[in-house]
Design a protein around this ligand. Sequence first.
Ligand code: CP
Ligand code: NVA
Length: 315
Amino acid sequence: MEHLSSLTDWTPEIMTEVLDLAGKLKADPKAFARAAEQKVLFMIFEKPSLRTRVSFETGIVRMGGHAINYDVTTSPLGAGKESLPDTIKVVSRYADLIVARLFKHSDLTEMIAHAGVPVINGLTDYSHPCQIMADLLTIREHKGLLKGKTLCFLGDGYNNVTHSLLFGCAMAGMNVRIGCPGGEDFEPLQDVLDKARELAAPHGGHILVSQDAHEAASGADVVYTDSWMSYHIDPAELDKRVAEFMPYQVTQAIMDRAHKDAIFMNCLPAARGYEQTAEVIDGPQSVVFDQAENRLHAQNAVMLRLLSPCDSLDD
Ligand code: CP
Ligand code: NVA
């Protein structure tokens, strides 16, 4: 049985096949209207969500299945009356798939250890693989071949989205430049960088971490940013973090350092005036709503892959 905990659960070839399937799902959704008939998706969220919650539910329904959104706050799990392993063993007797948005990645790993059905990571403190599947689909639509393209991420390097971008872009043969403040509170985890460099090497891809936002953005095909105040960050940290990250704000001047046809991306939710200016996110280079739409198509492909790892790619 396959799960999607991190993009590195897959080979680069499988990841590409799932992206191809996502393209087919987007081009001809009617052809997949019964692809998940009678399948039940169980969704458990410990943190807020718009895109992940709504796109997964919409996606499974459009493929003939059904979603259950489970409210942790009113559950035996949330009340401390039932353990995570028991919860997941019970759910595995009802549902065909699980999507989980959890604070701790170690809880996702524990969930997977006890699950009788595939589990999809809907975001943890470590990674956000579904987002990056949608992002790669979006970059492919706007830029064609992924191999050899350069993505610059500016802002919080010690971040779930940044980690998954490093994995996914390296697996796709892209170069990645992270522009972020120095130090372990702001830079990507060293083991993620090591793994990304190992994945990029066969394609001749480069991974760079720089404290110079202009250097990181120079000549990039994609400029990407994410919230400076991720869901798990204490609101009391706001002023300190704004001071640290402001030199990495994506402005039009930064976009002008990138390739003239560069696209701007943000996984959303976005805060105008913080990780990017309104001029950039609402401007002509922004593809943020294509990204948001592509969550649906990419995740439908992920679900079909996990429901039927051997034959989902033959459609
Ligand atoms: N990008 C993303 O995962 O959005 P949500 O937090 O709204 O699910
Ligand atoms: N890094 C952000 C991503 C939100 C989709 C967070 O964890 O809140």
